[in-house]
Design a protein. Sequence first.
Length: 101
Amino acid sequence: MAPKCLWSDKYYQNLSCEARVLYAMLLDLTALSQKTGRCDNEGRAYVICSINDTMEMLGCSRSSALRYQRELVDMGLVIKHSKRGHNNIFFVLDFTIILAQ
């Protein structure tokens, strides 16, 4: 479920609806990663999500998927690590901490 503040807080007013939905999906996947122990060396849960995964989840084009991922990075909602030829790794950040700053 998407956090309501993504729609109600002025900080997120320029975030597209699709990026908000993507954040909610990545947040859910992060919870699953925590349960299954998919964590880095520092104990931070992460999500593996390729551009194709994003395209499939949102039913959008490659350029749109890239744009939505970029929106989340630019807003500080996720940290994205990518290597050419490999899937993207996302660390989904806590939206409540971002709002408190």
